[in-house]
Design a protein around this ligand. Structure first.
Ligand code: SF4
Ligand code: SF4
Length: 170
């Protein structure tokens, strides 16, 4: 006798996978070769799925608006924020910097900041071989007032033809 479990198994056979293969639709033998091919325009990336509202991605920091109060440092559970003293060594004018390699994306720093100069972007491409690279240490993202708020990337207009296996078979 057919049980609900069998119906569920049968249904799932025809479900689309939730995982979005990225950056290409196949499992490459050599990721470096694929990255180079993407750079040279020989392979197009399989676009990432749109991120949901309130996605907590890479931190953005309005350094100029920061008053150096250190509240963000106090609440950070991952010790991912470092105080940068002012050049003159005085009591005022300090700033902070963020180490994304330690960040747990909890958003506590953005909530506590009295100047609203920290926010979470929709950027999630942070793979890097150097955790101290400019990509992963955030020191200044520019003035927020001069930039539009972070937005989720739009859905692709047409079905992506990206990520096909390159002719070279890389
Ligand atoms: S999001 Fe959380 S872990 Fe990351 S820097 Fe802010 S407080 Fe620290
Ligand atoms: S909480 Fe905001 S204003 Fe205070 S040090 Fe951190 S980033 Fe600067």
């Amino acid at each position: 006798m057919a049980s609900p479990m069998w119906f569920e198994i049968f249904r799932q056979l025809f479900d689309r996978p939730f995982t979005n293969p990225f950056p290409v639709k196949y499992a490459p033998k050599n990721m470096h070769a694929v990255a180079k091919a993407i750079e040279e325009g020989k392979v197009r990336i399989n676009p990432p799925v749109p991120v949901p509202d309130n996605f907590r991605g890479k931190i953005e920091y309005d350094r100029e608006a920061c008053i150096g109060c250190r509240m963000c440092i106090k609440v950070c559970p991952a010790n991912a924020i470092e105080f940068v003293p002012p050049p003159d060594g005085g009591p005022k004018g300090g700033k902070v910097k963020f180490y994304m390699s330690r960040c747990t994306f909890c958003e506590l720093c953005t909530e506590i900041c009295p100047k609203h100069c920290i926010r979470m972007s929709t950027e999630f491409l942070m793979a890097d071989t150097n955790k101290y690279s400019d990509n992963l240490v955030i020191t200044d993202s520019g003035r927020f007032a001069e930039q539009p708020p972070p937005q989720a990337p739009p859905k692709p207009a047409s079905p992506p033809d990206a990520g096909q296996q390159p002719a070279s078979g890389e």
